[in-house]
Design a binder for this molecule. Structure first.
Ligand SMILES: [Zn+2]
Length: 230
């Protein structure tokens, strides 16, 4: 069976990695959400100051519902900070707010991996949405091997997108911690605590990318090598 062959353990491994990373970031965030920074600045205030000090005047800071929903929307030039981040002065909140500003600065300075990631969005979404169904239909209905390989090729673009996301996320956190320290918004010990939160968040991207690579590996093992099957 397509779903329960021996290579399925690769998919399961990916699922386990993703779950571990997700629970790790949630517990780390919860821990450091209780540690208030000495400056007393909230996530929103930190974000405003960082953008001001960096000379970015055309990006607004807004509140968004949900937990860990923080993101920067480059098309609208808005930093959205979640419930837990916007009004809190915890080292977790401040770290996440600064991380989103890291993305703003990447955008502002034309950081190449971000540009590449943005360019990959349309093709990656096609790959993630159409790649797997195409492979399944083509295999189940006994259609051409070429069609199966096209599906794998499309799926690979989704995987590539996840891999390109890694340097973008790591760089945003790196910028965030440097700015929090340089601008005196967090003391050295607080920067270390924020780093733990941002590292845990980065691990979720690493786990997602690893899961995607494992799934791609499985597809290649199952279907990639077949020739003239019918
Ligand atoms: Zn990010």
């Amino acid at each position: 069976m397509f779903y329960y062959d021996i290579t399925y353990f690769l998919v399961l491994l990916g699922v386990i990695l993703t779950m571990l990373a997700s629970s790790h970031v949630q517990s780390t965030y919860a821990k450091y959400a209780r540690v208030m920074s000495a400056s007393g600045l909230t996530g929103a205030e930190v974000a405003r100051r960082i953008l001001q000090l960096s000379g970015v005047n055309d990006v607004t800071i807004e509140h968004v519902a949900g937990s860990l929903t923080d993101h920067y929307d480059p098309s609208k030039k808005v930093v959205k900070l979640s419930d837990a981040t916007y009004g809190s002065s915890s080292v977790a909140a401040v770290g996440v707010a600064a991380h989103e500003c890291g993305h703003v600065l990447q955008h502002h300075t034309g950081y190449f991996p971000l540009q590449l990631r943005t360019a990959l969005v349309p093709v990656a979404s096609i790959g993630s949405n159409i790649g797997l169904p195409l492979i399944i239909f083509s295999v189940m209905l006994g259609l051409s091997d070429t069609l199966t390989r096209v599906g794998i090729f499309l799926f690979a673009f989704g995987v590539l997108f996840q891999i390109v996301t890694l340097p973008v996320e790591l760089d945003a956190s790196h910028r965030a911690l440097a700015m929090l320290s340089d601008y005196g918004m967090l003391a050295d010990g607080e920067v270390k605590q924020s780093r733990k939160v941002l590292n845990a968040a980065a691990m979720t991207y690493v786990a997602s990318a690893a899961a995607a690579v494992l799934q791609l590996l499985r597809l290649v093992l199952l279907f990639g090598g077949r020739r003239n099957r019918r």
